[in-house]
Design a protein around this ligand. Structure first.
Ligand SMILES: C[S@@+](CC[C@H](N)C(=O)[O-])C[C@H]1O[C@@H](n2cnc3c(N)ncnc32)[C@H](O)[C@@H]1O
Length: 192
C-alpha cells in the first residue's frame, strides 16, 4: 500500500507540485469543473501551496484567488496569499471589506493532531463549521464549498448540515488520499 501512496509523492516531485495533496484537488475538481467555473475563489489552509498551484493552472484568466494560512507560504503566481489565522479579526475584516462574495471556497485545513481523539475530532469539527458559516456569509448563488473532514462520529451530522444548506452534497475520497487515513472531502453545490 505504501508503494501506491508513494506514487503520488513521487509524481508531485516530478511535476513540480509542492504537495501530494495537489492530486486530491485535481481528482475532486475534474468531474465538477469547480475551479474553471468560478470568478472568485477563497482557499483556506493553503500552505505549502499544492492546491494553490492547481488553482492557478486551472482558473480562468480573470478569476480572483485568495489564499490564507497560519503558516507562511511561498508566492504562487495569480494567488493573493495572506498569512492569517481564520479565527482572527483580520480575516473577518478581509472577508467583510475586501472579498465579500465568492463562488468557490476550498478548505484542506485540519488541526495539528494532539493524539487525543475526542479533542482532535472536536477541533476539526470547529474548523468544518467555520467553513460552512463562512459559506453562508459570502457564497454566491451557484457557489460551492469543498472541505476536508474525517470519517468519525461527527460526519453524519456535518453532512446533514450541508444537506440543509446545499442542493447537492457529495462525500469524496480521491485516489490520492491515503486509504489508511480517515480523511474524506465534503462537497456542497448550490446554496439553497
Ligand atoms: C494539509 S495542509 C494544506 C495543504 C495544501 N492544501 C497543499 O496542497 O499544499 C493544512 C493547512 O491548514 C492550515 N490551518 C489549520 N488551521 C488553520 C487556521 N485556523 N487558520 C489558517 N490556516 C489553518 C495549516 O497551517 C496547514 O498549512
Amino acid at each position: 500500500m505504501k508503494a501506491i501512496q508513494d506514487i503520488w509523492a513521487k509524481k508531485a516531485k516530478k511535476e513540480g507540485y509542492r504537495s501530494r495533496a495537489a492530486y486530491k484537488l485535481i481528482q475532486i475538481n475534474k468531474p465538477h469543473k469547480l475551479i474553471e467555473s468560478s470568478d472568485t475563489i477563497v482557499e483556506l489552509g493553503s500552505a505549502p501551496g499544492g492546491w494553490s498551484q492547481v488553482i492557478t493552472k486551472l482558473k480562468r484568466k480573470n478569476t480572483k484567488c485568495y489564499a490564507f494560512d497560519l503558516l507562511p507560504m511561498e508566492n504562487v503566481k495569480g494567488i493573493h496569499f495572506q498569512n492569517l489565522d481564520l479565527f482572527s479579526t483580520e480575516f473577518d475584516e478581509c472577508m467583510n471589506s475586501v472579498i465579500r462574495k465568492a463562488d468557490l471556497i476550498l478548505s484542506d485545513m485540519s488541526v495539528n493532531l494532539s493524539g487525543i481523539r475526542v479533542i482532535d475530532d472536536e477541533a476539526n469539527r470547529e474548523l468544518n463549521l467555520f467553513c460552512l458559516e463562512l459559506s453562508k456569509k459570502i457564497l454566491d448563488k451557484n457557489g460551492a464549498l469543498l472541505i476536508k473532514t474525517f470519517t468519525n462520529q461527527n460526519l453524519k451530522t456535518l453532512k446533514m448540515r450541508f444537506e440543509n444548506y446545499f442542493e447537492k452534497v457529495f462525500i469524496e475520497k480521491p485516489e490520492a488520499s491515503k486509504t489508511s487515513s480517515a480523511e474524506v472531502y465534503l462537497l456542497g453545490l448550490i446554496p439553497k
